[in-house]
Design a protein around this ligand. Structure first.
Ligand SMILES: NC(=O)C1=CN([C@@H]2O[C@H](COP(=O)(O)OP(=O)(O)OC[C@H]3O[C@@H](n4cnc5c(N)ncnc54)[C@H](O)[C@@H]3O)[C@@H](O)[C@H]2O)C=CC1
Ligand SMILES: O=C(CO)COP(=O)(O)O
Length: 319
């Protein structure tokens, strides 16, 4: 069997590689050669997934040429780095089915992962893997369900069969836009929910924010042509529920820090910050009050009390 390739040895790339290596060969490329060599020697990736052991069928690689012998290649880098990664390795990636594993909207263009892939590698078979999944859970072999979205239904079926594992149950969709937006926008609402809890505003306020945040996600996604059932699935509601309620979420933890008036390590990958700015700054004619408040909190132009007053003072309306 040709190996599955994984580009990006971060938490998610490593976790997916571990899960898939339990059923077949996987090549995991790390951009830092020393990191790849350390993983090959120690059989772990402690900086990104402490305590997780790399199965024997997982081969860390320092040279991206190692991906040439793979079948599908999973792109597990942050959304704001995706375009550069694709441009840097275009020739190596050409001809392989590409599965974007990142969640976000590109700040400069307002595009999602699959549109970026289409721009850099026109004609590539591309899919998106998204949904409620903490890397630590996947690496531990805990049951996880994800959405595998691909505009080409046949390719999506083949990728679903190829990438599903004993603990990763993949559901197919052809609504790539809806799946992208669900995974991207839930991170923004998670920051807001963390801020509410961090500020001590309570679980009722968080529940209200999750619910109205879901309404905001639906408004924007439907305005951009997504299908409502997609946002009600794993990539939208499912991931929103997970990310807004767990301190395993980095977006939620950033929100906690904002609510408490504390700092947060800028080296930690938090996709929701750039996505909030990308979406708030775009001209889509959709009212996004929670997203606007998140941007204000991130930029320091809005206090928690100001954000709370802004949302509570909005004109009364039907739900
Ligand atoms: N960590 C998690 O539990 C989950 C993460 N995701 C998504 O996975 C994506 C990746 O995030 P994580 O793996 O969690 O972040 P991470 O911060 O753990 O890892 C990011 C990885 O990308 C690599 N990278 C960055 N720029 C690169 C470049 N130019 N070339 C090659 N590699 C580069 C870094 O070296 C690092 O290994 C994000 O979009 C995130 O939303 C999705 C579901 C779960
Ligand atoms: O996307 C995720 C869970 O589905 C991971 O969440 P964070 O990026 O907030 O850590």
């Amino acid at each position: 069997m040709t190996p599955v390739g994984v580009l990006g040895a971060g938490a998610f790339g490593t976790a997916l590689a571990i899960s898939m290596a339990r059923q077949g060969p996987v090549t995991l490329w790390a951009r830092d050669a020393g990191h790849a060599r350390d993983m090959a020697r120690t059989r772990e990736n402690p900086a990104r997934l402490p305590g997780a052991r790399l199965p024997d069928a997982l081969t860390p690689a320092a040279d991206i040429a190692a991906l040439a012998g793979c079948g599908p290649i999973l792109l597990a880098v942050p959304m704001q780095r995706l375009r550069q990664v694709l441009a840097d390795h275009r020739d190596r990636l050409a001809g392989h089915p590409l599965v974007a594993c990142c969640k976000g909207i590109e700040l400069q263009t307002g595009l999602g992962p699959l549109a970026v892939i289409a721009q850099v590698l026109p004609g590539a078979t591309a899919a998106l893997l998204t949904g409620p999944s903490f890397a630590a859970d996947i690496a531990r072999g805990l049951p996880t369900a994800l959405t595998l979205a691909c505009a080409d239904a046949d390719a999506g079926r083949a990728l679903q069969a190829r990438l599903s594992t004993a603990n990763l149950r993949l559901y197919r969709s052809t609504d790539t836009l809806g799946a992208e937006l669900g995974g991207a926008l839930k991170n923004v609402i998670a920051i807001a929910c963390g801020a509410v809890i961090g500020a001590g505003l309570g679980d009722s306020a968080r529940a209200a924010l999750m619910t109205r945040g879901y309404a905001e996600m639906q408004r924007l996604a439907l305005a951009r042509g997504a299908r409502p059932e997609t946002l009600a699935g794993l990539s939208g509601f499912g991931d929103l529920a997970l990310t807004c309620t767990s301190e395993l979420s980095r977006n939620y933890r950033l929100g906690l820090a904002l609510g408490r008036g504390e700092g947060f390590d800028p080296a930690i990958t938090v996709e929701g910050a750039a996505t909030a700015r990308a979406v708030a700054g775009a001209d889509h004619g959709v009212d996004l009050p929670i997203t606007d408040c998140v941007v204000g909190l991130l930029d320091g132009t809005l206090s928690m009390s100001g954000a709370t007053e802004t949302l509570l003072a909005r004109p009364l309306k039907e739900e």
